[in-house]
Every structure is written in C-alpha cells, then in structure tokens.
Ligand binder design. Structure first.
Ligand code: NAD
Length: 471
C-alpha cells in the first residue's frame, strides 16, 4: 500500500499530516493507497504559488515551454507501465487496454502539443490591428477518475503551453497517476509554482480552488451535477470556464447499414472501461424491423466480454471503480426492468465467481422507451439500451432527445448519407461508420455535456484571452 501524504506546491513536496482517504482496488475492494484529504489552507498555498509564478511563465518563450513538454513526454513514456497498472487497479480497465489508453493517450496528446506549438500564431494581424493571444491567468483544474491522467493532461499541457499557471485538484478516487505526473514535472525545467497539485475532496479544496479570486479560469471534467455547481461558482466571479461533462450518446444504425458491424462497434464502444466513459454509445437506435436481430447480435457481443480481474490477460470487462458506482449502476438496471424494458443480457447480479470487488455484468436492454430513465440518464456502467425507430426523422428526434450532446455514431453503407445525418446531430463529435479516434480533433459537448473544447488548437485557445492593438 502506498501512503502519498504530500501535496505538490511551489516546486516542492509539502508533507500533509491531517486526515487521509483510502483508495481501493476495483477488483478486490482492498486498500491500495492513501491520499490526503487536504484542507483549504493547503489549497490557498498552492493558489498563491501559481499566482506568484504567473507573470514569469506568461513571459516564457515557446522554446522554454517546448523544452518542458519534451521532458514531460519522455517521463510519461518512461513511467508508462507504472501509470497503466495504477489506473487499471483503481478504475478497473484491463491492463493491456490501460497501457494503450490510460498511459499511452496522455503521451500522445502531449506530443500533439509539441508538434503544434512552434506554428501556433500567438500574434496575428487583422486590418490595422495586431491581435495578441495572452494566457488567461491562474487556472484551476478539477478532474474525474475514469481516465484520470488523460483528463489531467488535456488541461495541464495546453494550459502551460498557453503560458498559464495551474493548480490541479485530481480525483480522490483514482489519484495515483496525478502523483506520478507531479513527480515527472518536478524533474523538468518547469519553474516552481507553474504546476501545483493538491489532493482532497471536491466540497473542500475543490470549492476553495474554484472560488478563489486569484484563479481566472476553471477547467473542469466530471459529472453534469458537479459542473452545474462549478459553473455557478465561476460565474459569480466572471471566470473563464471550460466544462466537459456527461453524455448519453446515440449510435444510429440507418436502414441500409451493415447491422452486424454497427452492433459490434457499438457494443465494444459502450463497454469500453466497463462503460465508465463519457462518450460511451449507450443508446443503440435501430430500424424497428431489425430490432430483434440487433438485440441478438448485441447479446452475443456482450457475452464475449469475459469479466474478470483487469490484471488477468483473458479479461475483457473489468469491474467498476467503486462500490458507490457499482450500486448506482445496479439500481439503474433494476429501474430498467421495473420500467418495462426487456432484459436481453446481463442483469443486476454480480457475474458468477466475482463476488469481491465492484463487478457488474455486461447488460443489454431491448425495446427501451426513449423517454425512460435508463434512456435519458447517464448510467456510467456496462449497460446498453436498444431503441427501435420507425423512420429516419424519428431516429433523429430520439438521438437528439436528451439533455446531453457529447458524442454519437452513424452507420450507413452510403458515407454521404451518413454524413448528412451526422450534420443534424446536436453533439460535439460523431463517429461515421466506425471512423477512428483522432487526438487532434476538437472534443466537447453541446447542451448539458459541456462548454468549450479540448484537444488540438481548440484546447489551447480555451486558455487564451484575446487582446487587440489598434495601430
Ligand atoms: P464528479 O463530478 O463526481 O467529480 C469530478 C471532480 O470534481 C472530482 O475531482 C471531485 O472531487 C470534484 N468535485 C466534486 N464536487 C465539487 C465541488 N463542489 N467543487 C469543486 N470540485 C468538486 O465526477 P466523477 O464521478 O469523478 O466522474 C464521472 C463523470 O465525469 C461522468 O459524469 C462522466 O460523464 C464525466 N466525464 C466527462 C468527460 C468529458 O470529457 N465530457 C470525460 C470524463 C468524464
């Protein structure tokens, strides 16, 4: 068990002697680490350090920033297996996948900024004006547990690339990768105070961070419920804000699509990381006359997702991250049955032989009413809703018929037809016929899924204020 009784403030590790929180292994429930439940005084120290460092870092050259990013990229690669194992144990993603995604993606994203920064125009001309892009100030970053390092990197890397200083409040449920990141950054040439990290609860240190008048921007990823509270607090002080929140994404199978490929693609996306993915395609919309066939295919695909310990090579479906999360998901499954949806695969009981840890069976519901709770609310577990539609107009209404708007998928043998349908979806991303993930494409939500965009130049622009000089 690791005792991480420290916070990273002003370029130093500061010991924490107050209360601590247990971090549990998702597959066993055992305590694997302990982290600080810091108080507001620790957070105030971190904010003061970021504030003091701001003027200097805002003036840093692109070369200085690139040097740090290069060192960070090397560090992330060196410590990849350690990051993957820590996140896999905390969150439940099978180790092989965690190595590629939980550890690999943060390095890939860092590299995209290394490649982009030299050509980014921090100054441009518009008529008789010089337009300058200036760092927004001290940024408060608040992040969730499901892709814990990835979500941190998507904030910290563009923020420091923009010349901002940062205070990070990582998720207290999956915090170990944040400590590895702070250790890596501690070894770089980043000046003291540019990056700070304080671990603790949202209601204490998180609130202190987002309410501080010295913090000029809040970058948050997490649930829509918390995002709502954060948006209110940030608005009180007119802070810039970027919010990445929940989703209830639809995968729309148009009548001419290859049903088997569409269902397979949707099920594997929905069950990635045991459904603990904000962009998970959790609603499968199929023509009514192909509903039963789609359900059969979905149940077969779910059945191939062997549940087990994420450290075991044969495991394809790991546990959920916490007992609270498991209980929430099981309640939704019971609710789906009570609301009259047809249980096609899985169900509320733990998979056989996996009574320790936070396991939930891969579950598929058929004949789901698009207005029912399980079709409207984010479940954040391995649960797919198959929803029949009568025509494309109805499919579009159902797809756009939730408060969310993060992601979607469209399937058709005719790519142009699929693109035309995709253009009517009120979501920040649409995957057309299984198009692959692009770490340079803008990512973010419409509606209750968020404000702002991450990745690429769009992610960098979030951290910049615009100033124009009339000449
Ligand atoms: P959460 O909202 O419970 O917590 C997120 C972070 O906010 C944590 O660090 C938490 O400590 C902090 N927090 C909680 N209350 C706070 C408060 N009052 N003030 C300040 N900080 C506070 O979310 P979670 O359970 O960790 O993550 C799961 C959610 O994240 C899901 O809804 C998922 O869809 C969403 N998510 C969204 C994206 C995206 O990019 N859109 C990506 C990943 C996860």
């Amino acid at each position: 068990m690791k005792t991480l009784n420290k916070n990273y403030i002003n370029g130093c590790w500061v010991d924490w002697n107050g209360s601590m929180l247990d971090v549990h292994e998702a597959a066993t429930g055992e305590v694997i680490a302990r982290v600080p439940m810091s108080d507001s005084a620790q957070m105030d120290l971190a904010i003061a350090a970021a504030n003091a460092a701001f003027d200097g870092w805002a003036e840093s050259s692109v070369e200085q920033r690139l040097k740090v990013l290069g060192q960070l990229y090397a560090g992330l690669q060196q410590r990849s297996s350690e990051i993957a194992e820590a996140v896999s144990r905390e969150v439940g993603m099978p180790l092989k996948l965690a190595t590629a995604i939980q550890a690999g993606l943060p390095a890939t994203v860092t590299k995209t900024y290394i490649d982009m920064l030299p050509d980014f125009a921090f100054v441009e001309q518009s008529g008789n004006s010089e337009v300058q892009y200036a760092p927004a100030g001290v940024v408060g970053c608040v992040t969730p547990w499901n892709y814990p390092l990835h979500q941190i990197i998507l904030k910290v890397v563009p923020a420091i690339s923009a010349g901002c200083t940062v205070v990070l409040k990582p998720s207290e449920i999956a915090p170990q990768a944040a400590y590895i990141l702070a250790e890596i950054l501690d070894e770089t040439t980043l000046p003291a105070g540019v990056f700070n990290m304080v671990c603790g609860a949202g209601q204490t240190v998180g609130e202190t961070l987002i309410r501080s008048p010295d913090v000029r921007m809040v970058s948050f990823t997490g649930s829509t419920r918390t995002g709502h509270a954060i948006a209110h607090a940030a608005a009180d002080d007119f802070k810039r804000m970027s919010l990445e929140m929940g989703g209830k994404s639809a995968s729309v199978v148009l009548p001419d699509a290859d049903l088997e490929a569409a269902v397979k693609g949707t099920v594997s996306n929905c069950l990635l990381n045991s459904g603990q993915t904000c962009t998970a395609l959790t609603r499968l919309l199929v023509p009514a006359d192909r509903h039963d066939e789609a359900c059969k295919l979905a149940a077969a695909a779910a059945g191939r997702m062997t549940p087990g310990n994420p450290m075991d090579e044969t495991t394809r479906l790991g546990p959920l991250a916490s007992a609270e999360q498991r209980n929430r998901v099981v309640d939704y499954i019971r609710r789906g049955v009570a609301e009259g949806a047809t249980l096609i695969a899985g169900g509320p009981d733990a998979p056989e032989g996996l009574d320790k840890g936070y396991f939930v069976k891969a579950t598929v519901f058929g004949n789901v009413d698009p207005n029912s709770t399980i079709a409207q609310e984010e479940i954040f577990g391995p649960v797919l809703c198959v929803i029949p539609y009568s025509d494309e107009a109805e499919a579009l209404r159902i797809a756009n018929g939730t408060a969310y708007g993060l992601s979607a998928a469209v399937w058709s043998r005719n790519q142009e037809k699929a693109k035309a349908f995709a253009s009517k979806l009120r979501t920040g991303q649409v995957t057309v016929n299984g198009g692959s993930f692009n770490p340079q494409a803008p990512f973010g939500g419409f509606g209750h899924s968020g404000i702002g965009r991450e990745f690429g130049k769009w992610g960098l622009e979030e951290f910049l204020e615009v100033r124009s000089l009339q000449l």
